[in-house]
Ligand binder design. Structure first.
Ligand SMILES: [Zn+2]
Length: 392
């Protein structure tokens, strides 16, 4: 099948079964944009942002029907509890500023409601349990404000959870960390192990009473970045009922790029803090020659491998747009149909692609809602702070 034919098919397929993308960092971009400084109206999502990768015209072009927006903050941001609230608020202001485009989505059922109204379902994930400031109470308030997923940590280990890209201190999750998982289960909030260490994801799979998500991670067997999921974790998603969402971050996609970067990163695959990451890359290129680019076909390789290992019912897409550089061919949110065209050319059936586009993630969300409903009948809210969980 020619590429154009496959692309036409992909657009048709995604028009019928629009993409539910699991991760986008637009909210942080609006916060740090020099002109907008957190003002969503000033940022103006109605125009194409050639300097960025996400805006309303290209979400439409990319057939995005639902999006988990990250209420992200770096671990070292001052005032973490306040920053988490500010980022949840920012996403809600995006929804309020464009009521004709975004449907504030708080349940799996909202996906169909948004689709019927011709809108994009807007979901909130808090990326950075650092905002809990070691207390369980903020979790319930985040849920009340609309958050339906928690990424316990970012690139650094916290007092209760080990990051994939930092030294472990908690055996994955400490006793307080397990209480966070339990309270998420009770609330019907998805726990997302994307940034958690491999040992931590295994612990999460042991402890969680509901399906889990790895919302922006690839296959460790194809690219050995610690942020990617090893085969044993992928296989366990079948019994757990969860899903892994393939991501576009170049150093999680391309082993060649990861190898090229080696020596410039710490033992956990993190770049040292740099005032100007672009200048840092330019200096590296001056010494090592041009960096190998990650590509769209390599992302498709990860999707195929994840399907082979975790099963077709346990894979989706979590682009991590606005999380950094992008692979060749997937430069902005308008490009999603090109990835599906590549998968069509590789022989994926329409039924399989609908699962990858939205069905698997929606099933995870529905199941997490059901578990929460059941648990709330018998279990009271978990209270307290980290010091109340001895042996943490
Ligand atoms: Zn992330």
């Amino acid at each position: 099948m020619g590429y154009d034919d496959a692309l036409t098919l992909a657009v048709t397929l995604l028009t019928r079964a629009p993409l539910f993308d699991g991760h986008n960092d637009l909210a942080w971009t609006i916060r740090v944009d020099r002109n907008a400084r957190g003002d969503v109206v000033a940022y103006d999502l109605t125009r194409v942002h050639p300097e960025g990768d996400t805006d309303i015209p290209r979400l439409r072009e990319g057939k995005v029907g639902a999006q988990f927006w990250a209420a992200f903050q770096p671990t070292n941001a001052p005032h973490p509890a306040r920053t988490a609230l500010e980022q949840i608020d920012l996403i809600r202001r995006v929804e309020a500023a464009h009521p004709d485009v975004f449907h504030p989505a708080r349940s799996a059922a909202d996906f169909a409601r948004a689709q019927r109204a011709g809108k994009i379902a807007s979901y909130i994930v808090v990326e950075g349990g650092v905002g809990l400031e070691n207390s369980l109470a903020p979790l319930r308030l985040w849920h009340a404000a609309g958050a339906r997923m928690l990424i316990p940590c970012h690139n650094e280990t916290l007092d209760w959870v080990d990051s994939a890209t930092d030294a472990p201190r908690n055996g994955g999750f400490s006793a307080f960390g397990c209480a966070v998982i339990g309270e998420c289960n009770r609330l019907g909030v998805i726990v997302d192990g994307a940034h958690v260490s491999h040992a931590g994801i295994r612990r999460l799979l042991d402890v969680s009473e509901a399906p889990i998500l790895l919302s922006h991670s690839n296959a460790y067997s194809l690219c050995d970045h610690p942020r990617n999921a090893p085969d044993d974790v992928l296989r366990r998603l079948k019994d757990n009922g969860g899903a892994v969402l393939a991501t576009f971050v170049p150093s999680f996609v391309s082993q060649a790029f990861r190898d090229w970067l080696k020596g410039s990163l710490d033992a956990y695959g993190k770049a040292p803090p740099a005032a100007d990451p672009k200048a840092r890359m330019a200096a590296l290129e001056a010494r090592r020659g041009p960096a190998p680019r990650a590509t769209l076909p390599q992302v498709a390789d990860h999707v195929a491998y994840l399907v082979e290992t975790a099963g077709i019912d346990h894979v989706g897409i979590g682009s991590d747009f606005y999380g950094g550089a992008q692979p060749q061919g997937l430069e902005h949110v308008g490009r999603f149909p090109h990835l599906f065209a590549e998968l069509i050319r590789r022989g994926f059936s329409e039924r399989d692609l609908e699962k990858i586009a939205n069905r698997n993630l929606l099933r995870v969300m529905r199941k997490v809602e059901e578990v929460g409903e059941r648990l709330r009948k018998t279990r009271q809210p978990a209270v307290g702070r980290i010091e109340d969980y001895p042996g943490a």
